[in-house]
Design a binder for this molecule. Sequence first.
Ligand SMILES: *Cc1c(COP(=O)(O)O)cnc(C)c1O
Length: 346
Amino acid sequence: MTIPPAPLRLSLDGDALVANWRALDAMSGSAACGAAVKADGYGLGARDVVRRLSRAGCRDFFVATWAEAATLGDIAPASLSVLHGVRAEDMDLALAGPARPVLASAEQVRRWREAGGGVCDVMVDTGMNRLGISVEDAASGLLDGLTIDTLMSHLACADEDVSMNARQRDALAGLRGRTAARRMSLANSAGIALGGDYHFDLTRPGIALYGGVQCAAHAVHIRQVVFPQAQILQRRHVKAGETVGYNATWTAPADTQVAILNIGYADGYLRCFSGKGGAHSGDRKLPVLGRVSMDLLAVGVDAAAELAEGDWIGLDYALPETAMLTGLSQYELLTGLGQRFDRVWM
Ligand SMILES: *Cc1c(COP(=O)(O)O)cnc(C)c1O
């Protein structure tokens, strides 16, 4: 028997995704604009994101691990890079497929060269102290003999106006012509807005593709892509003075119509939304009442008297505003969304 549709879904705006990529591509000037699709496309579903952006003209995609690369195998994007490089146990898969490791340590460089691995990318650490070989190693022969597509680095503070950005940019620029790399790349979403000297040959936005706004320059261009919606499982009349939910944190000040929705913290709608999250039906606002449960949520529906069991309600989930409201980052708001949603492209 077929499994019925889930009582919760992510409504995904494919036009907005493509429009966001086009806007970031335009902001990237003459540099190519790729797409970070790690963590299953930030929770949207990497396969669908890659298909849609490939059709729009995007060629360069980035995942974190070889398992993520394998899930895209049959889609065969034009260019796929694995950001965490290549461990000994990844080598068989890495040598077999078209995806490139982004070699991230001297050990990985040695491993890849000794295996005769073919085209790779290389991550250089320019100050973040996360992944990457040192600038000195990159400039002094460690990479000799490798066939390098893209030499890249990653900005630690791209969403802030701090001098570290220019230091990182200059450190990478100093490697121009000193390696055999065909291309160079630095900017993530926020880095694109720092200006042309941060674009190099290829930009690598992630969060902004999916509706994240990290800087004022993006606010006018970037559209919301992800719209969580949940079905009403029950409607009830709560009398004045009664309470709703765990620990009875919300007391009805007057008789109140309440809808119980099929979504909770196990779906990534975390407890920090308790008492302050919002939902909507059309343009009518519906407040979250009391604590978020593991799989359930109560909202007040006095403003929407016609709503009944089985109807769908949208959760307020514009990323910048929701991050401000909850203290979660825009990245966490997307990547935390769980596996129980049906992901439906509109
Ligand atoms: C995740 C990631 C990106 C994309 O970053 P956003 O801030 O989501 O735009 C780019 N480059 C690297 C190396 C990454 O890990």
